[in-house]
Design a protein. Structure first.
Length: 283
């Protein structure tokens, strides 16, 4: 009995220490996030960058991303303000060592790999992350509602409870369409298209996956704000990178990389892990 009591006491102590450490880490990350937005901190970072290798992350903000030595590029709250769907990357040719882009490649930005290639030094790395078309289709065909619930179900349910989305938004076939049509409707408060299940199933039987993707996007109402409107499979990303003249194109997994800087300072987001495709290439 004493041994069991001691074991329980030890486990409780370990759990308490883990909880305290997690709280401390969260507070420390928040402090760093606030500090690095201050002009003095930014000047120090820019000085350090000028004396070391150059790494760029596309589509991340200073509030959401902090890795020493990495520059952020986005529309708002970034080191460099840039519309990635319209503008050329603001770097001289062959000046960047590594570029990371997560969930930023969609229809308006298909020229982005070419801009990345131009900016990278010879031997530089490009890592692209996108929602995985094949994985989403496979999970729908398997009727894996747990997958879709874990992917974005809690967010959609919260929007339903607030009266922003209709209850039908949570149905699995509508979740699939919304992933294809507007990247899970995260930026589209109207929730994306609502379609009868038999229509979705008929389209999946009669169309290729690429035609199905275009059909889902065609359901979006004009004049509304949507997020990403394109998913990828490996063949598509491989084709984009190959046409931009990249070499050594490879499919990897979350947290796996040939770039030392992406391993030493882990860069892949945990929240994207279960539904994302990871592809890396070298110039």
């Amino acid at each position: 009995m004493n041994w069991h009591a001691n074991d329980r006491h030890t486990s409780m102590q370990k759990g308490k220490h883990c909880y305290v450490y997690a709280q401390w880490l969260t507070r420390w990350q928040a402090i760093i996030g606030r500090s690095r937005r201050r002009p003095t901190w930014r000047r120090v970072e820019n000085y350090l960058r000028s004396h070391q290798r150059h790494h760029v992350t596309l589509g991340d903000t200073n509030s959401s991303f902090f890795r020493p030595g990495w520059m952020t590029i986005y529309l708002v709250d970034a080191d460099i303000i840039c519309d990635l769907g319209k503008d050329v990357l603001p770097f001289d040719p062959e000046t960047i060592d590594a570029v990371y882009s997560s969930h930023m490649i969609d229809e308006p930005g298909l020229q982005l790999p070419r801009h990345i290639f131009r900016s990278l030094k010879p031997g530089g790395f490009c890592r692209l992350v996108a929602p995985d078309m094949d994985l989403l289709l496979d999970r729908y065909q398997a009727r894996d509602w747990r997958f879709f619930l874990a992917a974005d179900g809690s967010f959609i349910l919260s929007q339903i409870c607030r009266g922003i989305l209709p209850p039908e938004s949570l149905l699995m076939h509508n979740r699939l369409v919304c992933w294809f049509a507007s990247y899970s409707a995260r930026m589209d408060t109207a929730g994306g298209p609502i379609v009868p299940q038999h229509v979705v199933d008929d389209k999946l039987c009669s169309l290729s996956k690429y035609e199905f993707s275009k059909w889902c996007v065609s359901l979006l109402e004009p004049g509304r704000t949507h997020a990403h409107v394109h998913l990828y499979d490996y063949d598509q990303l491989h084709g984009l990178l190959e046409s931009a003249r990249f070499r050594d194109i490879r499919k990897l997994t979350w947290g796996q990389s040939a770039c030392p800087e992406m391993l030493n300072s882990p860069i892949d987001r945990q929240e994207h892990r279960m539904y994302s495709l990871y592809v890396e290439a070298t110039k």
